[in-house]
Design a protein. Structure first.
Ligand code: NAD
Length: 462
């Protein structure tokens, strides 16, 4: 797709207030593929004013009509799915088949789910002598990362629009073309002017201006824990609603009774998928000491099969960051059994699929989010030990449990301090609430739980 040289504000592409631009780079060949405007606080202010002006009309639009616009938006995403996949591949570097099924496919499913929820959600209920209304919170400032560029936009904008909120989006600087394509889709779907607005720009400039804007009622942020903490503090000081989807260091717990080969192979695939740039990835594999060596062998073989087919990571900065973690793993005494810090190609931001064995629970690579194709395999002695290790990080976003007896796996999963657990390879469910315990975040996305983040409650007594 061709980059737009303006901001999508109040239903039209408008010139940015400043002249600065951001280069978009293809991580496979390091070539510049486009330039987008670097928004300023002035652009953010114009967009927030447009969203504020559009709010009363959109909030008063009957849910069935909002649902119809979301259905139209879903249909445009379906019609443009090949273009979406190609754009994500160009700016994120993910292999095209993955972009087609996941980066384009999942947002279509999520947009469709909110079209249905907008039409069926009980925005009004009777509680004794009261009528309780669920009303939209107001103007939403949405700040998204690059790792699932369209999914993270749709997971915020679709429920916000379903709820009757209006939105200003500041997407990640690495993947703004996908965000521009989404804005085009919103326009094509006939969503009224000002209901959705896009300001591209740098995080500490445009992102910060949006998070601090006094006329934004709710900030919904996905990204690093460091930035999330700042945004949470800013929102707290202004007594404004905030939703934070932050990092993860999830555990894949393989109980002694599990089908080991399946659990290891699915676990490795989970970590390597999207080049490891998934906040909910199961980056710590916990294996009972009796089956540890066998699991390490299986994981090393599985990782070696991927080679450079997983695609690069998003940027030179991210590549350097991941490689420094791999070097740190070696320095801290973990045993490299696949991959390593050297790039498998001369060009592009590639990182070898990497597996560490003999990782102890407290070392850096077992505690910090690496956000690259790096798996740590940790040994446990008994169930209590496994629970302690699994829960022994500041994060709690996702996880997995494998066991021959489903009830045993479920009982174990209930002891994990984490927001989502897949049992024996359970499938992704776009309606299941997604979000973190502990420092993985505040609030939930997806399904009706995701919708309620954008609603506030009013009760009338009779
Ligand atoms: P980041 O937190 O810096 O960026 C995420 C978004 O926040 C981007 O749109 C960015 O422009 C914006 N932003 C940055 N600074 C801001 C500020 N001061 N005020 C307001 N907005 C700001 O994350 P990143 O640089 O894209 O990635 C760094 C690390 O974050 C990754 O390596 C990974 O560990 C983590 N991450 C997590 C997720 C997730 O889904 N949980 C997604 C992407 C990255």
């Amino acid at each position: 797709m061709k980059a737009q040289d303006g901001m999508y504000i109040d239903g039209a592409w408008r010139p940015a207030a400043g002249a600065d631009t951001i280069e978009v780079v293809n991580p496979v060949d390091e070539q510049v593929i486009g330039r987008v405007p670097a928004g300023t606080p002035e652009d953010v202010d114009t967009a927030v004013r447009a969203a504020r002006a559009a709010f009363p009309g959109w909030a008063a639009t009957p849910p069935a009509e909002r649902a119809a616009k979301l259905t139209a938006l879903r249909d445009v995403l379906v019609a443009r799915k090949d273009e979406i996949a190609e754009t994500v591949t160009a700016e994120l570097g993910s292999p095209l088949p993955f972009s087609q099924t996941v980066h384009a496919g999942v947002p279509i499913a999520v947009a469709g789910s909110y079209a249905e929820l907008a039409a069926t959600y009980p925005f009004e209920e009777k509680v004794g002598n009261s009528t309780v209304y669920q009303e939209p919170v107001g103007v939403v400032g949405a700040i998204t990362p690059w790792n699932y560029p369209l999914h993270q936009i749709v997971a915020k904008v679709a429920p916000a629009l379903a709820a009757g909120c209006t939105v200003v989006l500041k997407p990640a600087e690495d993947t703004p073309l996908t965000a521009q394509l989404f804005a085009e889709a919103v326009a094509e779907a006939g969503v009224p002017a000002g209901v959705f607005n896009l300001v591209t720009g740098l995080g500490p400039v445009a992102g910060q201006a949006l998070a601090e804007h006094p006329d934004v009622d709710l900030v919904s942020f996905t990204g690093s824990t460091a930035v999330g903490k700042r945004i949470g503090a800013t929102a707290g000081a202004a007594v404004k609603r905030v939703a934070l989807e932050l990092g993860g260091k999830s555990a894949n717990v393989i109980l002694p009774s599990a089908d080991l080969a399946k659990a290891v192979n699915v676990g490795v695939a989970n970590v390597m998928s999207n080049s490891g740039q998934t906040c909910s990835a199961w980056t710590r594999m916990l294996v009972h000491t009796a089956r540890y060596d066998e699991a390490v062998e299986l994981a090393a073989a599985a990782a070696a099969k991927y080679g450079d087919r997983i695609g690069p990571v998003v940027s030179a900065k991210q590549q350097a960051r991941v490689r420094s973690y791999i070097e740190k793993g070696v320095a801290e005494g973990a045993r490299l059994v696949a991959g390593g810090p050297e790039s498998p190609r001369d060009q592009g931001y590639f990182v070898s699929p990497t597996v560490f064995a003999d990782v102890t629970p407290d070392v850096t690579i077992a505690q910090e989010e690496i956000f690259g194709p790096v798996l740590s395999i940790i040994r446990y002695e008994d169930e209590e030990d496994a629970v302690r290790i699994a829960n022994g990080t500041v994060y709690g976003l996702a996880g997995a449990v494998w066991g021959d007896d489903e009830a045993e796996a479920v009982a174990f999963a209930r002891r994990l301090d984490t927001g989502q657990v897949d049992i024996n390879g359970g499938r992704f469910n776009p309606l299941a609430p997604f979000g973190g315990y502990k420092q993985s975040g505040v609030g939930r996305e997806l399904g009706s739980h995701g919708l309620s983040e954008y609603l506030q409650t009013k009760s009338l007594q009779f």
